[in-house]
Design a protein around this ligand. Structure first.
Ligand code: G1P
Length: 298
């Protein structure tokens, strides 16, 4: 059995939703309090047993590489000042097992994943999308890897999602129930996939939650995939195609998804994370309560 050791994190897209903040800096480096969004994703990969990570990046995203490299001047400065805690924080983000490749044209998520073909070679791999920070006791990526180890089948994370939000995501049908784990953590065989459905063609309440275990067969399909929604090559369309010849499972995950790719989700998670942050929790709590009272009285 081949172990799932590799993860692919695509970050090449422009992020017009956060302009002007993202004019010169990638949105993946926007901090949630003091930790860049992409670091949450890399930490989830590490906690799931991933050994090598490929980041699919773009021209305007060079600072992501710098973030995960050593920072020798900063390190010696912190060590001269004997700021050991900060030094450790900085050193912890130096990742030796990170690889980078560029997506040269913004042709969509499917095309971004295609850039991972050489890195992946003949192994199963994980895809983790950066717009979603997902909290759960067992990392969602680990749950998918466990399912792959049990079944040797490609699989994707699904979340029950309100109808009004389904058009923002990839959507799948209720499929065929394979295993019932209780608490809604079912495993299904997915029969149909659709990217960003309109109200009329919603398949079920399951949205794809931005975590996937794929096998290299996906590259043959991606190579021939025509553009779909938004005139982009969609990974979801490639999954629809491959599900005709190969089983693709869905694991319904009971987790807390923070959609930090939009402003409200970003601010909301910054507050939630801040309320757990040892340095600022007390002050922030006071502020939130005070503000909530003011808002209630207005
Ligand atoms: C992408 C995928 C979509 C998935 C979503 C999860 O969409 O194409 O299938 O449900 O991520 O966040 P995007 O957010 O890039 O529009």
């Amino acid at each position: 059995m081949t172990k799932v050791r590799k993860a692919v994190i695509p970050v090449a897209g422009y992020s017009t939703g956060f302009l002007p903040a993202t004019k010169a800096s990638p949105k993946e480096l926007l901090p949630i309090v003091d930790k860049p969004i992409i670091q949450f994703i890399v930490e989830e990969a590490m906690a799931s047993g991933i050994e090598e990570i490929l980041i699919i990046t773009g021209k305007h995203k060079r600072s992501i590489e710098d973030h995960f490299d050593s920072a020798i001047e900063l390190e010696s400065n912190l060590s001269e000042k004997e700021k050991w805690d900060l030094l450790e924080l900085v050193k912890d983000t130096t990742m030796p097992n990170l690889f980078f490749v560029r997506q040269s044209y913004p042709l969509g998520l499917g095309d971004a994943i295609y850039q991972a073909k050489a890195f992946v070679s003949d192994e199963p791999f994980v895809v983790m999308l950066g717009d979603n920070i997902i909290d759960s006791e067992v990392p969602v990526t680990k749950q998918l890897i466990d399912l792959y180890n049990e079944t040797q089948q490609m699989n994707v994370a699904l979340m029950e999602t309100p109808e009004k939000d389904l058009s923002k995501y990839g959507n799948v049908d209720k499929g065929t129930l394979i295993a019932y784990y209780g608490n809604g953590n079912d495993v299904i065989k997915i029969n149909h996939f659709i990217e960003k459905p309109t109200k009329e063609n919603i398949l079920s309440s399951y949205a794809i939650a931005g975590r996937y275990v794929l096998t290299p067969e996906i590259f043959d399909v991606l190579a021939k995939q025509d553009p779909g929604v938004d005139d982009k090559i969609q990974l979801t369309d490639a999954l629809e195609k491959i599900s005709e010849v190969q089983t693709v499972l869905g694991r319904v995950v009971d987790a807390n998804r923070h959609d930090v790719g939009n402003k409200v989700g970003y601010v909301q998670y910054s507050i939630e994370y801040g309320l757990e942050h040892p340095e600022i929790a007390d002050g922030l709590r006071e502020l939130v309560i005070k503000k909530a009272e003011e808002l209630k009285n207005n």
